[in-house]
Design a protein around this ligand. Structure first.
Ligand SMILES: C[S@@+](CC[C@H](N)C(=O)[O-])C[C@H]1O[C@@H](n2cnc3c(N)ncnc32)[C@H](O)[C@@H]1O
Length: 300
């Protein structure tokens, strides 16, 4: 940032001023948005409100409030850090939101953003016959634990297993289980896909596994380099883990269970590799695509 900005606080005074300024700076620097927000103003609001220790849903009347000189400097430094380091805002604030719930995140886990949140909210209707009968759920490739923990809220009777191969990711998932006070119903398990789960059966298996193919990974914006490669990379065609899930899920689903998997941009490769599987591709009101559902019967 240039030395001209040292006197920024003479020109910018309010919360609104700093959100506008932060958005302009990030746009000018061509920062990438895609880890929790999709535009500069929302990203700037996230960072400014965080720096001021204010809630992310601050009522607009407070946007005219004037910052102290110290607050101006803190806000400016955070926006500058976002631009200089290209870290997703969630790593700077250590907070992400999924299905309206707060999650602690850092560079050990991907920033939660799966459209599966919308399906959890509606308890996988109309596909899941009887949500009340769901007593066990597996969140495979759990990262921060966001999907499984959101499921624990949506299915209050269910026990939930959070599985990941990364011990670092499981540390973060455990923090989130504790923060949500769910340790009696939500268990964290280290496992390479299904390896550590012999004999378990679930009416619902949900997974947002790594699915980025080699070519796409090489071209991702800088923000993605701060995320664990293990959470993104999945071989040449992006299907390395998805293939294992499809091969084995039938053995871990109950008879009328459902498998739900996000494959994102690898949807075309999946359809080419499995032309005979009856994938269901739900539409999302709040954006996103590339999530399929399959009934257990299709996997046997
Ligand atoms: C795309 S991230 C998803 C994280 C989280 N479910 C979410 O939606 O934010 C994929 C996760 O899969 C984990 N993973 C990668 N390979 C795995 C494997 N073979 N078995 C289990 N987990 C794996 C990574 O450590 C990472 O946390």
């Amino acid at each position: 940032m240039s030395t001209n900005d040292h006197n920024l606080s003479n020109r910018l005074t309010t919360v609104r001023d700093y959100i506008r300024w932060g958005a302009s700076q990030m746009n000018a620097a061509e920062v990438y948005f895609g880890h929790g927000t999709d535009n500069a103003l929302d990203e700037a609001a996230t960072l400014v409100l965080h720096a001021l220790h204010l809630p992310p849903d601050l009522p607009e009347t407070y946007f005219a409030a004037v910052l102290t000189p110290q607050e101006c400097a803190t806000v400016q430094a955070l926006i500058e850090q976002r631009i200089a380091t290209r870290q997703p805002a969630a790593y700077l604030t250590r907070r992400a939101w999924f299905m309206g719930l707060p999650f602690e995140v850092d560079q050990r886990v991907l920033v939660p953003r799966s459209p599966i949140a919308e399906l959890i909210e509606r308890q996988f209707q109309p596909w899941l016959a009887d949500p009340e009968a769901v007593t066990a759920i597996l969140d495979l490739c759990t990262g921060s634990g966001c999907i499984g923990i959101a499921c624990a809220y949506a299915f209050p009777e269910a026990h939930v297993d959070l599985v990941d191969i990364s011990p670092e990711a499981l540390e973060v998932a455990s923090l989130n289980v504790a923060e949500h006070g769910l340790y009696e119903r939500v268990q964290v398990i280290a496992s390479d896909v299904f390896t550590a789960l012999p004999g378990r059966r679930y009416p619902l298996i949900i997974s947002n596994p790594p699915y980025v193919d080699a070519a796409e990974y090489a071209s991702l914006p800088a923000e993605y380099r701060h995320e664990p490669a293990l959470g993104l990379q999945a071989g040449t065609d992006g299907l390395e883990i998805v293939r294992q899930i499809l091969d084995q899920a039938g053995d871990y689903l109950t008879e009328d269970g459902w498998l739900v998997v996000e494959v994102g941009s690898s949807q075309a490769a999946l359809l080419a590799a499995y032309p005979d599987l009856p994938f269901i591709w739900p539409e999302f009101e709040r954006g996103g695509e590339g999530v399929f559902l399959l009934p257990a019967a299709a996997l046997r």
